[in-house]
Design a protein. Structure first.
Length: 404
């Protein structure tokens, strides 16, 4: 038998969630406290341009001068390079790099050697990356004449390539797949992946102490020859994995989701559907295809898409569920929905696979967004906070972020 928690507020939620809602306006940029852009040590920043064997430019990055003759930047900008030049903003003189000191492909970091380059050195933090709600400054993808910066807020984490990375949200930046991150005039990290979601930019970071480790790891200058055999890439390995996770919901099998939920402590969201249900197809098109929904589910839940007419045997919670002879529906779907076979239906299980909620019928992205936040933030545990009240508070908070 499936363990189930029943709370009276869920009856109210079920009634309100089956109604269609119009899609909400694009979320605008978060309003950030203070303005730390003036604290960025611009005198220690340089442009780094990479060229292939034919002399064609294949990458332009922002680097940080660490000490005389050494610049740190993202490795992926130099993939495929045979020559690397460095120059300061607004200055015509270019300095040729004679090679690199250390590289860490898995971290997308490299320290290059530029013997004739001098200037003001950046202060690199050896502390952990700033905590949630801290304000930091990002550098955007540059052009050859100017650097772009934006305030941002540290908010949450994401696991990419088995590494847990701080998430940073900015509102006035178009691209930050690389570049130094600052706080209080110090380099606190490097962005290694990011994406634009409507009007907010989400970036992910490697802490700056990894740069210090690279700087002290070697003293031998290596040639860029090994890079020349590699094909130039516009994105980092982290970026590739990140973008794949944003293209669609990462649906898992029921046994895999159960195993991961119990071991990792995440909730499960189940989409119970059939091939013929028109509202299921509509929800797939309008709700599960929305980038903000994809991102939030993939980061905070394990997702299962359960065919209510499947003929497979599905193990779950120490039992094997099948489709009985003569029955139109799979017994797991029937058990989860308690016989109320409406499609689509959405089921939320907690981290111990207790069933918290069944939502029969179609949900648009706006309603789904609130439901996911409501359960992930554990608001359902507050008996004095109805779903309707939480929903009102949620959109009030979003309006403040949008500056309304």
């Amino acid at each position: 038998m499936i363990r189930r928690l029943w709370l009276p507020i869920f009856l109210l939620i079920g009634l309100c969630l089956t109604q269609g809602m119009s899609s909400h306006a694009h979320a605008a940029a978060p309003t950030l406290p203070g303005n730390g852009l003036d604290s960025i040590p611009r005198e220690s920043l340089v442009f780094v341009e990479a060229f292939d064997a034919h002399g064609a430019s294949i990458g332009l990055a922002i680097g940080v001068l660490l000490k005389k003759g050494y610049v740190a930047l993202n490795y992926h900008y130099l993939v495929g390079a045979t020559e690397v030049n460095v120059f300061k903003p607004g200055e015509p003189q270019r300095f040729k790099s004679n090679g690199f000191l250390s590289v860490e492909e898995d971290l997308d970091l490299i320290v290059i050697s530029v013997p004739e380059l001098a200037g003001k050195y950046a202060v690199v933090s050896d502390l952990d990356f700033p905590k949630d709600d801290a304000t930091v400054q990002l550098t955007a993808a540059p052009d050859t004449r100017r650097m772009q910066f934006s305030n941002a807020i540290v908010k949450g984490k994401k696991e990419i390539l088995a590494r847990t990375m701080p998430q940073i949200i900015a509102g006035q930046i178009d691209d930050c797949t690389g570049g130094p991150i600052f706080q209080g005039g110090k380099v606190v990290g490097f962005a290694v992946a990011g994406y634009l979601d409507e009007s907010r930019y989400y970036a992910y970071a490697i802490p700056a102490f990894e740069v210090k480790r690279l700087l002290n790891r070697s003293f031998i200058i290596k040639s860029y020859t090994s890079f020349s055999d590699l094909a130039p890439t516009p994105v980092t390995p982290f970026q590739g994995v990140l973008m794949a996770s944003l293209e669609s919901v990462l649906w898992k099998s029921m046994p895999e989701a159960e195993r991961l939920a119990l071991s990792k402590g995440k909730m499960i969201v189940i989409d119970i559907t059939t091939n013929w249900a028109g509202w299921s197809n509509l929800m797939e098109k309008n709700t599960y295809s929305k980038k903000s929904i994809i991102r939030y589910i993939n980061e905070n839940f394990y997702a299962v898409q359960l065919d209510a007419e499947s003929n497979d045997t599905i193990p779950f919670n120490h039992l094997n569920y099948t489709r009985n002879s003569g029955s139109p529906y799979h017994t797991l779907a029937y058990s989860l929905l308690e016989g109320n076979m409406r499609f689509p239906s959405t089921v939320i299980l907690d981290e111990e696979i207790n069933e918290l909620l069944v939502i029969p019928g179609y949900m648009d992205a706006r309603k789904m967004e609130v439901v996911l936040h409501y359960f992930f933030e554990k608001a359902y545990r507050d008996e004095a906070l109805s779903f309707q009240k939480y929903e009102s508070l949620y959109w009030e908070a979003q309006a403040k972020l949008e500056g309304h």
